[in-house]
Write a protein that binds this ligand. Sequence first.
Ligand code: APR
Length: 226
Amino acid sequence: MRITVLTGAGISAESGIRTFRASDGLWENHRIEDVATPEGFRRDPALVHRFYNQRRATAVRAQPNAAHRALARLARHHDLTLITQNVDDLHERGGSTEVIHMHGSLLGALCAACGCRWPAPLVMRAQDLCPSCGAPETRPDIVWFGEIPYHMEAIWAAVENAGIFAAIGTSGLVYPAAGLAQHARRNGAETIELNLVDSAVSRDFTQRRIGPATTVVPEWVDMLCS
Ligand code: APR
């Protein structure tokens, strides 16, 4: 039986990476339209690079937590598809070898002119030139609002073929990620939500485990692997 897991910022919160919509969240101190849209990047690329350089510096210092490691363990016992909205690499550093980053990654750089991709330096600058075409249009390889998330074909397939679909640490406010649980349920999956509190789509889940990810995720994985 395939288990498909979707994670959000909440799984990295206890590693010291801020979520988006908490009281001290990233969107409390930055306007989405300024730092997380193609229009904002065209308007002020230096501001956007400063925002992602700060997030990249935080992410590389952060350490994976027990929830990340539990999902790596789960993959050793079950047919797991791990989808994340997160752009940090804590799943990989926690031992997961196959991670679908539907919103891109802080560790990736992209040329807005030719589409070339390469490993992002710790600090990106608006005047950096693309190593392939030489254009001064390098950006973080992050999916911004208004852009199409990556790997959606594989994601829909993993959701439609799941026996269990779990969402961990996500507020359920951003689509298409927020619609995956309903789609899984319509295709016969058991659905479980692991979060500190209700999300905007809690109604789509038949089971809940309420608590911090570093507690409820290892407990859930222990149950599945026992
Ligand atoms: N353990 C479990 N869940 C937690 C924890 C924790 N320690 N801390 C916070 N959470 C939960 C919150 O209750 C909330 O439901 O994590 C969720 C964080 O919600 P958001 O900040 O909205 O993050 P996320 O759901 O990942 O946002 C989705 O929105 O801004 C865009 O592209 C961005 O990928 C992001 C997307």
